[in-house]
Design a protein around this ligand. Sequence first.
Ligand code: GLY
Length: 461
Amino acid sequence: MKSDEIRARFLEYFRKRDHKIVPSSSLIPHKDPTLLFTNAGMNQFKEVFLGKEKRPYTRAASSQKCMRAGGKHNDLDNVGLTDKHHTFFEMLGNFSFGDYFKKEAIEMGWELLIEGYGLPEDRMLVSVYQKDDEAYNIWSKDIGVDPSIIYRLGEKDNFWAMGDTGPCGPCSEIHYDRGKEFGCGRPDCSIECDCDRFFELWNLVFMQYKRDEKGELSPLPSPCIDTGMGLERLATILQGAKSNYENDLFRPIVERLLELGNLEQGASRKEDIAIRIIADHLRAITFAVSDGVMPSNEGRGYVLRRIIRRAIRQGQLLGFAEPFLYKLTGLVAHIMRNPFPELMDSRDFVARVCLAEEERFHTTLTQGIKQVEEVLEKVESSKGTIVPGGELFRLYDTFGVPLDLVEEIAAERGLTVDHKGFKQHLEGQREKARLAWLEGAEEDVKDVYRKLAPRIKTTFA
Ligand code: GLY
């Protein structure tokens, strides 16, 4: 089943059950300074959950553009290393604003997966919040799921919040077992394991609370439902793909990349990871720029810049000596043109922004990486494991290599970086610059004054 059909089937299922189909909101959260990027389908309904806004409907469904890079939900560092984590992804979700609650949400979720998509029951597992007997009983008694596959888990896994404040609540997750061959092989491997055997497919959140700045919980005006299922994961399962990078959303990007770079998959693990990172980041870049995020040195612009630069570096590892990302953003737009036609309108703009950033970073990278390698070799040869702050600062100050890039390259060699030392050097330099500026300013003033003074006549009336 193609992704476009999977998405359509999801929305149609809920439309038939009186849900309003709501378009995805932008990746830039609307009037919400607590969020860097839209990170879940429920973001656009935050005020509705909190009871501050009323809508002409009490049930909704959407396929939401999400970005989990920076901020509370951050998958940036997992990308490429797993089959299932992404910076940008689409979240299929259904929502109830004081309408149905746990029982209907669980019943509909299960029915859609088993009957709507035909997933085999014997591959499914579920989890509930450890204290949530109600959800446990719905699964075991009403749905009739074998209690041996219902896991009671703690807050880390089964309590969901969009950020540090705002609506939140216990949740119940539906997992899919892809089989031992995808797993880590550890005897205790289970849905709690980070490996690629189990895909957490659908998260059903029972929105009951609001968390304030002090971290305290108070009840929402009425209990609500917020669910989220990653389209990319569902597509992988339904298409029998080995990983998300093999499904129809990613495969054409990977193929075009291989063609452009004259590459083959399976040459080395490092190269395979690089290919995955680039494919993932291309989607993030295309959607973010199309939604109006521009590379910059702060906030979401910085996260975007980091994503572009990381993709460029991975490209260099693959042998791309010239800008190449900009040649692929149009393909992302083409693949996603049905659900998001606006991508086709911004295609040229996105490519131009990408090229400009690639050109800007290219020189820095070529010179800087060599220096980074030398520093890392020095650390390794002295049997150290931490890159000293002074070296980090030198790389940054003299060669323009950002700290997170050094950190990433160091991590690939099992080394860490001295953040504190870097900060001290940075602050030291800022202080020096401030003093120099003050002195310079004083000098300038004195100088100007010296030159002007003889020409100024002081007159007293
Ligand atoms: N809002 C539910 C989730 O992101 O998992």
